[in-house]
Design a protein around this ligand. Sequence first.
Ligand SMILES: [Zn+2]
Length: 173
Amino acid sequence: MAYKTHPSTPPSRTYVHLPCGTRATIADGPESGLDENDVDLQPHSLLSNPLQRFSGRTACSHCNQFRPVQEFAWVDTNETIAAFRERWAERAPFWARMVYTPAGTLVIWGGSTAVGLLLGLLSSQVISSWWVIGLLAFVGMVVGFFVGMIILEPILALVFRLAYQVEDPRQLI
Ligand SMILES: [Zn+2]
């Protein structure tokens, strides 16, 4: 399949559960995460992001259960969601895929924590008391930990934009 993208983010996308033929339209936001039978659906942006890890399953209201994405196809392209995700994942640079792994998260989050610890230690250079050094190092580490938590999502969003040259995963077709 060709690598096409939407010029702007579409509000929703419909998939069909191939074994039973039941369709569901997915979107993002609290009011659109359920289908007509109140079955929980995966968010549109999650299923559309080939770099983002998830359970690999989404819901069918007729079968009333979560099934592997191999069993679901996008109605507009007839491509299974599994094939769609694999195809686009292959398209991303190796480094971008790495950032999205648990190890990538650890490097970003752990790195931020380590920088905080280091800054805490450096700021305590003029102080000779060990407990002050320890306190500043601890405070630096805690701040670094929370900064890491805050910057993780924006970094992943930036990596996505660099990998695919579009703003939003929902633009991938
Ligand atoms: Zn079904």
